[in-house]
Every structure is written in structure tokens, then in C-alpha cells.
Design a protein around this ligand. Sequence first.
Ligand code: NAD
Ligand code: 572
Ligand code: ZN
Length: 356
Amino acid sequence: MAQRENLSVVLHEKNDLRLEKRLIPEPGFNEVLVQIHSVGICGSDVHYWQSGRIGDFVVKKPMVLGHEASGTVFKVGSGVQHLKTGDRVAIEPGIPRENDEHCRTGRYNLSPTIFFSATPPNDGNLCRYNTHDANYCYKLPESVSFEEGAMIEPLSVAIHACRRGGVTIGNKVFILGAGPIGLVNLLVSKSMGASQIVICDLSLSRLEKAKQMGANFTIAVEKSTTAKELGQKVKHALGGAMPDISIECTGAELCIQAGVNATKSGGVLVLVGLGNPSANIPVLDVIIRELDVRGVFRYCNTWPVAIAMLASKRIDVKPLVTHRFPLEDALEAFETTKKGIGIKVMLKCDPDNPNP
Ligand code: NAD
Ligand code: 572
Ligand code: ZN
């Protein structure tokens, strides 16, 4: 029996996360009402909960969290052509609002007025039902589970990062950080043809996971490790070679510096992690060794590719999902992510559908 209450995970202000019943919205023109099934907790959800803000994005009114979501179309608004009730979908949370220069050139993630779920003041998908622009809901084949559908969001960050880095066959890739984002970058780098992947982290259990998921070399970083030492360790792991591409997924200043040191001359350093907004980096090294430093702001044009990769089993994101909680236990799920236990915590929002 379909649930008729819209239980939602609402952040009121810093440190005030509540489960509360909200109204089920009606789908507008070109929208669908999605019965949410699986939602992954992202580090940014925890950050908003713990700090009430990320940079200039401040929680000023209650906001539903969650932007890694999948579900089933429950109702179709007028104008929707490609979806029908019962379709299983993955939700892309970023929807451009205007057809500006960035949209016209295909890089809609850079549009300054873009809507993004669970970024203040916009509500997210950690609830039983939510409406979404139908053009940003992608039909999932039967062979792709709801959890895989939710994992398309972090997977998209990696597809975009590896595209920005130009990862291709035979590349040596260095990934800094073995959290969810570092690990999806590992999967995508491999699938794009990287021949040797080195990954580092402070956490030995996360490095063990990386090894299981196909990393060729792991480097345990210690509090005392310097950026220069880390660069040297990467070279040593690669038998004296240096990575063509480094993908920074920690946000730690030391790791950004190590990314510069480690990358071969003429190579690419991709910055995904967010930490100190004005981190010091060895600029001279960037200049004289002609490193290309490239930023990553979420993603664009990734869902169709991600679905194809999952359906063809070229990428397996399932090992990343380490914990599952029913929506009713959302606060416990958030505590689990906050403590850094496991990798990806999934909330199960549809009690009538026990499928993964
Ligand atoms: P996470 O916190 O789960 O993982 C980060 C990992 O980095 C952890 O395993 C941690 O142990 C490791 N780490 C931290 N300091 C380190 C150090 N000095 N040396 C080695 N390892 C270190 O976060 P996540 O969900 O994997 O996300 C990673 C980063 O990517 C975050 O900063 C997040 O904000 C960012 N992010 C950016 C975008 C974007 O669009 N640019 C999108 C998604 C996430
Ligand atoms: O999956 C999207 C995502 N984006 C993150 C972090 C986690 N998950 N980003 C880091 C924070 N920025 S932001 O520009 N912002 C709060 C809008 O500082 C967006 C990208
Ligand atoms: Zn996220």
C-alpha cells in the first residue's frame, strides 16, 4: 500500500534536524511526482546539519535535505511526454533555470541561477514524495537498482572529474582521498582505461576498500606526512614514474600541494575537494612544470552515461553502499555518516518496496 504521508528529513537550523510530516506536492507543468525509494547521505547534508551553511549558502528557513535520490514516478504533470506512472527513475538534482551562455554550450552546471536540491533555500529529496522537473528524471532499466540509481549522483561527480582531467587509456592516475568521491573516481578512472591507480588517505579501512575496488597502490598518509613526502611516495609506488593526472578529493591543503608535487610536468591536477577557499599552492611549480589545474563544479550531461555504464556492468557502485536505514531512523543514519563509519549510508524511503 502506498504511503500517503510525506515523512521528510528537515533541517531547521544548525544542529536541529527533524523528521516531520509535510504535504505531498502536486506535479506542475513538465514535472513528475516521485515516490522516493533510496537516498544517499552526502557529506554536504551533514555539513549543513552541523554548520547551518556551506560558504555563502546559509540555511535561513527549514530545508529538506538529500540530493542523491531515486524512486518511482507516482503522478505525471501536464506536458510530460517521456515518463509514465510506475517508471523507475534516477533524479538529477541540478536544474538550470535559464538558457544562458553556459546552458547553450552544454555546461549547464556553471549557470549561476541553477536550481540544486538541498542547497538553501531549495528542498531536497529526503522524504517519501517529491516533485521534480521530468527532464531531469531519467528512466532506469530493470537491471539497475534504486540504490545504484541514487549512486548516480556521486558517480556523476567522478564522471565529470575524469572528463575534466582527460583520463584515457594507459593513464597513471593519483587519487587523493578514499571517501565516497575518491572511490567513485577510482571506479570511473578504471573504466576510462587508467592502467595504474594510486590512492591515498588517512584512513586504513578506506584504503582497504580502495584496494578491494581495484586500486593498484595505496598510500597511508599520516598526520606528520609532508606534501613533498607524499609526492615522493607516489613516484616510488609507480616505479619512478609520475601520474599523468591527479584528482584531489579531500579538500585538505596538504593534499592539494601534494597533488601539484606528484603530477608529471604537463599533466593535469583536478580539484574536486573543498576545504580552505584560499588554499596555498606551490604556484611556481604549476608554472614552470606547466600543470593544468582544473576545477570541478558538480557535473553536467552525466546521467545517461552513468546509466549505460551501470546497465552494462562496466561499473559496480554496490560495494560503496555500506549502511542502510529506514527513513524513520534518519537521525541515526546522519550520525553514522558524521562519524565516518563505512562509506555510503542509504536511507530507504519506501517501506512497501524492499528491493535494493
Ligand atoms: P569524505 O570526507 O567522506 O572523504 C574525504 C576523505 O579524505 C576521507 O576519507 C579523509 O580521511 C580523507 N582525507 C582528509 N584529509 C586528508 C589528508 N590530509 N590526507 C589524506 N586523506 C585525507 O568526503 P567525500 O564525500 O568523499 O567528498 C570529498 C570532497 O569532495 C569533499 O571536500 C566534498 O565537499 C567534495 N565534493 C566536491 C564536489 C564538487 O562539485 N567540487 C562534489 C561533491 C563533493
Ligand atoms: O553532490 C554535489 C555536491 N557538491 C558539493 C559537495 C557535495 N556534494 N559541492 C561542494 C560545495 N559547493 S558550493 O559551491 N555550494 C555549497 C553550493 O560551496 C558545491 C559543490
Ligand atoms: Zn553531494
